[in-house]
Design a protein. Structure first.
Length: 125
């Protein structure tokens, strides 16, 4: 039995670890019902827009779901501070991709909005 223990340890280490992903808790159809809640939103953006650097305070990138601005159902804002050097790549990276976003849903002008706190909270599915 003790001879098998090293082999069992090697076998366990050789198997790739599978990270458990949070399941989606909201989509464009019900995100408005979760103002103030921490959620995992899943959806494909209608538009991803990055205004010219310096044009808007904080150099945000806007990810709109359920329609283009100003008729979007839900908007995610990635500030330039959060995006860092990756900002210039975000439009291409997230346009037409199914996304999974973790964060707190807030309300702005009676519409749900999320301000991304960390790029780790936004991933392509």
């Amino acid at each position: 039995m003790t001879r098998l223990l090293p082999f069992a340890c090697v076998a366990l280490l050789a198997c790739p670890a599978v990270a458990q992903r949070d399941s989606c808790t909201v989509s464009t159809t019900n995100v408005h019902e979760h103002i103030g809640a921490t959620v995992v939103f899943c959806g494909t953006p209608s538009t991803v827009h990055a205004p010219r650097p310096g044009k808007e305070a904080g150099d945000p990138v806007y990810i709109n779901f359920g329609g283009a601005f100003p008729l979007q159902t839900f908007k995610v804002v990635v500030s330039g501070k959060v995006a860092g050097k990756e900002r210039k790549h975000l439009v291409k990276r997230y346009r037409d991709k199914a996304l999974r976003i973790h964060g707190v849903v807030q309300a702005e002008a009676d519409r749900p909005i999320m301000y991304l706190q960390d790029m780790k909270d936004l991933e392509v599915e």
